[in-house]
Design a protein around this ligand. Structure first.
Ligand SMILES: NC(=O)c1ccc[n+]([C@@H]2O[C@H](COP(=O)([O-])OP(=O)(O)OC[C@H]3O[C@@H](n4cnc5c(N)ncnc54)[C@H](O)[C@@H]3O)[C@@H](O)[C@H]2O)c1
Length: 325
């Protein structure tokens, strides 16, 4: 079976490709444009273990480039696309909304159009918990009304869910949209809180706490997310004409101040804190109801935050520590 992974050089994409290339009878084609949201060398390092593998092919290219996408789909018999490529990050999307709309909305549509032209009708799409916005009902469920969005990034992800629905309704595509909840672990993006907090504490610099520390996130360990993506891939392959939206979270939110206490425990250091107002676009809490993914996919996240942070720290010490000293 041949799987196209978009955004393969990124945090989640490279962890997913590591897992899938270890499986028999799977060939992975990965595309990434090394978007400048964070450094290219970090993404090249993410790919370094994959490039030597015989069942992995990498194409540097942009999902908005019709020629590149068409040529991949024309020259390979792709069974399913796992679409992770996107400009990620809530706060920067408020500064550069057009870039986000270009990669996330136009890019997704370009990919779907090319898939339609080449008769590839199966996709798993990375959506985001940010579509729940300021939803007050907890935990967040797929059946909740999505009418409290407060960032352009979230709007692009909801657009992806709606556009894939059109391809399902009109052309019969099989689609699973996954709403990921704050993913962390080895190779986590450098803009995300856990990565930044480890860097600050290890450099003895203050950690920026937005608000009073009572905001909370349903942090989900990357290997649990990867299991959920693989189960979704299998679900789409087994169910023709399906369309589902599913939360992939941990169902165990952690308050910001508790997260910092966990990081102190893992590093054996005491954090210095600097309080700042909550930035535009940041939501007060995320909390996933994962019943649907449990029922349809057998999804069952097993990693407690303390354990996942230890794994992140081990990776960080091995690969990042020398860069920040
Ligand atoms: N990390 C999280 O907590 C989280 C939460 C919710 C949703 N998501 C979604 O999951 C997906 C993966 O996120 P991540 O954290 O691994 O981010 P990432 O930035 O590490 O990975 C995304 C990859 O997509 C590539 N990319 C961006 N625009 C592209 C384009 N036009 N053409 C080709 N490649 C392009 C980037 O270079 C990058 O390597 C994204 O769609 C993101 O929106 C992530």
């Amino acid at each position: 079976m041949t799987i196209l992974i978009t955004g393969v050089a990124g945090f989640i994409g490279s962890n997913l490709a590591d897992a899938l290339t270890g499986q028999d009878d799977i060939r992975i084609i990965g595309i990434d444009n090394f978007d400048n949201f964070y450094p290219r060398d970090t993404k090249e390092a993410n790919l370094s273990g994959l490039l030597p593998k015989a069942n992995f092919n990498f194409i540097e290219g942009d999902i908005r480039d019709t020629t590149v996408v068409d040529s991949i789909l024309e020259n390979n018999k792709i069974d399913i696309v796992i679409h992770l490529a996107a400009k990620a990050g809530v706060r920067p999307s408020m500064e550069n909304p057009l870039n986000y709309i270009s990669s996330n909305v136009e890019g997704t549509t370009n990919l779907l159009e090319s898939m339609r032209r080449h008769g590839v009708y199966k996709m798993v799409f990375a959506s985001s918990s940010s579509v729940y916005g300021e939803n007050e009902k907890i935990p967040f469920s797929e059946s909740d009304a999505i009418d409290r969005i407060i960032s352009i990034y979230a709007a692009t992800k909801l657009s992806g869910e709606k556009i894939t629905k059109v391809y399902h309704d009109v052309y019969g595509f099989s689609i699973v949209n996954l709403r990921f909840f704050t993913v962390y672990g080895e190779r986590q993006r450098p803009d995300l809180a856990i990565h930044k907090f480890f860097k600050s504490i290890l450099k003895d610099e203050p950690i920026t706490v937005y608000g009073d520390g009572s905001t909370s996130r349903d942090y989900t360990y990357v290997k649990d997310i990867v299991s959920g993506i693989i189960a979704s891939k299998n679900y789409v392959l087994q169910h023709d004409h399906c369309y589902e939206v599913m939360n992939l979270g941990n169902n165990d939110p952690v308050k910001l101040m508790d997260l910092i206490r966990h990081i102190e425990a893992v590093t054996g250091r005491q954090a210095r804190l600097e309080h700042k107002p909550i930035p535009t676009g940041d939501v007060p809490r995320t909390y996933a109801d994962i019943t649907k993914a449990q029922q349809l996919l057998g999804y069952s996240p097993t990693t407690h935050i303390a354990e996942g942070l230890k794994a992140f720290y081990q990776w960080y010490e091995k690969t990042q520590l020398s860069k920040i000293k």
